[in-house]
Design a protein around this ligand. Structure first.
Ligand SMILES: Nc1nc2c(ncn2[C@@H]2O[C@H](COP(=O)(O)OP(=O)(O)O)[C@@H](O)[C@H]2O)c(=O)[nH]1
Ligand SMILES: [Mg+2]
Length: 403
């Protein structure tokens, strides 16, 4: 879909389910995103299957007829992985695997795989490993209860169960160990952060692939990896930036995505501390994406979950160079003007009404409107700075133009 097919790409099939919570249109959007995630992980999507299931099949999520259809397809096309957009219970995952005889993943499993592929530092590798074990543990537990039910009773401790018990213990021990390791790194990082002094801290937040790293590179002349993939970067980068003569710290970190289980977000607690401890958030949005408003909602939801929804925030609408509104002919009297038809100007007005001054429209790639960005960030940082150091605010004029 996005790049020339290569023989190295693993063949995959995607599965989506339509229900009360997600209509057909939504499911297709989710599957587009899942396809992008699959591509990022090194997979090629051969086919998508969608089924309406108001109540999920407890055994296999989707119906048995559909399962047969998928089974035939998987066999015929030598599919390596079947990926479900919605979370599978451990039991479902096992049943489906048994029938389809290939790897079965859900969105969370896929994201973890990408994270594992891309974690660079021992710090992020440790976080990913912890998240993977946390994901695995209930799956082992599921296997255990399944056997328990099957065999049950006293004196029925088969070798299988002992094995699973051992596995569970190994996983739990590993989790404890990883948590200790992270705690140690956390303390070191806390000290490092402490050493950064009282500089104002600004964090780039936003959905994945919106241009956070690109913006970081443009304003801090750093060299953070940016790529048209979901989760191109996983590690946090912090740079000292000076606008006017005002120094502050800017951090770029992992982006957010829809349908991330809270527990998984928790495994990245250490990474998210950078956001939690920031004085100012720059919420970057890809305005050229069809679902950018939904992205904003998902990001806000995660910010809320990590206790950071009350922070000073500037909304930074990026990729205005790529934005295209759908047009309506002047003599088209039927089509109603909706958000799809908004021009950038319309969006500016809308967001000005919502957040006043705190909305900016830029292109990090083409360096459009970066002056306004600098001015706005300068003012916001200055406002925080002067409350912190009321005695030396004469150093910093009220706005950047006064230099
Ligand atoms: N057209 C356009 N593309 C951009 C812009 N900013 C970033 N991109 C592209 O969007 C993709 C994701 O950028 P990246 O900085 O890695 O996003 P991140 O995941 O939010 O850090 C890359 O291919 C960038 O080149 C922009 O202003 N306009
Ligand atoms: Mg990035």
């Amino acid at each position: 879909m996005l790049e020339k097919k290569s023989i190295d790409y693993e063949k995959t099939v995607l599965i989506g389910v339509i229900n009360q919570e997600q209509n057909e249109e939504k499911v297709n959007e989710y599957l587009d995103e899942l396809a992008f995630l699959t591509f990022t992980a090194g997979g090629e999507v051969c086919k998508r299957f969608v089924q309406r299931m108001n109540v999920p099949n407890p055994k296999t999520m989707i119906g048995s007829g559909k399962m047969l259809e998928i089974e035939a397809y998987v066999d015929e096309h030598k599919i390596g992985s079947v990926i479900f957009d919605d979370e599978l219970s451990p039991g479902q995952q096992r049943n489906i695997e048994k029938q389809l005889r290939c790897k079965i993943l859900d969105r969370t499993g896929l994201i973890l795989d990408i994270f594992a592929q891309r974690a660079q530092t021992s710090y992020s590798r440790t976080q990913v490993e912890l998240a993977q074990y946390e994901y695995l543990l209930p799956r082992l537990t599921g296997l255990w209860t399944h056997l328990e039910r099957q065999k049950g009773g006293i004196g029925m401790r088969g070798p299988g169960e002992t094995e699973i018990e051992t596995d569970r213990r190994i996983v739990r021990d590993r989790i404890t160990l990883l948590k200790k390791k992270l705690l140690k790194i956390d303390r070191q990082m806390e000290t490092q952060r402490g050493n950064r002094g009282a500089l104002v801290r600004v964090a780039l937040v936003g959905y994945t692939n919106v241009g956070k790293s690109t913006l970081m590179n443009v304003v801090s002349k750093s060299d953070v990896f940016a790529e048209n993939k979901l989760f191109a970067t996983l590690d946090t980068t912090v740079r000292k930036v000076v606008i006017g003569n005002m120094p502050f710290l800017l951090s770029d970190t992992v982006g957010f995505i829809r349908k991330l289980p809270t527990q998984l977000v928790e495994s990245f607690k250490s990474t998210l501390d950078e956001v939690r401890e920031a004085d100012l958030l720059l919420h970057v949005v890809d305005i050229s994406h069809d679902q950018f408003e939904e992205h904003i909602d998902s990001v806000n939801k995660i910010l809320y979950e990590i206790g950071s929804s009350d922070k000073n925030t500037i909304m930074v609408f990026n990729k205005i160079d790529q934005y295209q509104a759908e047009t309506i002919d002047a003599d088209d009297l039927i089509t109603e003007k909706t958000a799809k038809h908004f021009t950038i100007e319309d969006w500016k007005k809308t967001w000005m009404q919502r957040v006043g001054n705190n909305a900016l429209f830029i292109s990090a790639l083409n360096k459009e409107n970066l002056d306004e960005f600098r001015k706005r960030v300068y003012t916001a940082v200055r406002d925080i700075h002067v409350t912190r150091f009321p005695y030396n605010n004469f150093l910093y004029p009220e706005n950047l133009d006064e230099y």
